[in-house]
Design a protein around this ligand. Structure first.
Ligand code: ZN
Length: 133
């Protein structure tokens, strides 16, 4: 794993939260994207070298809807940039982590992504992401 690629924050109302983060960073989201397969609408902010992803549920079965129901708004996941998501997933599986996506899937922002179950990572949902070239 290389650097933190972004931090994902679950929000109830993406448009309202966009305004808050725009004020916080002094710049608007550079991208908004819906990932229909995940039932989420996302927006991305850059602040210096750091990226923040906001996630809103688009249907009640979305993982984000379930997270909001259980925990409320807040940090949802930490994403790490990886060079090769397939070999890194394999390595982590062999180390005893539960990789939720045997086959990496297409995420937002031009990335292949796979998640590690938080029960094997001290309650933190970890996203691996590899840039699609
Ligand atoms: Zn993410």
């Amino acid at each position: 794993m290389r650097k933190i690629e972004h931090i994902g924050i679950a929000v109830k109302d993406l448009q309202a939260s966009n305004l808050i983060f725009e004020k916080l960073f002094g710049a608007p989201a550079y991208k908004e994207e819906e990932v229909a397969s995940e039932g989420v609408k996302t927006s991305f902010f850059m602040n210096g070298p750091n990226k923040i992803e906001l996630l809103e549920a688009t249907n009640p079965d979305s993982p984000i809807a379930k997270f909001l129901e259980k925990k409320g708004e807040g940090i949802h996941h930490i994403a790490f940039d990886v060079e090769d998501i397939v070999s890194e997933s394999e390595r982590l599986k062999n180390e005893g982590f539960t990789v939720l996506n045997e086959i990496p899937k297409k995420g937002a922002d031009n990335k292949l992504v796979a998640f590690l179950h938080p029960k094997t990572t001290n309650g933190v949902l970890i996203e691996l992401c590899q840039e699609i070239k």
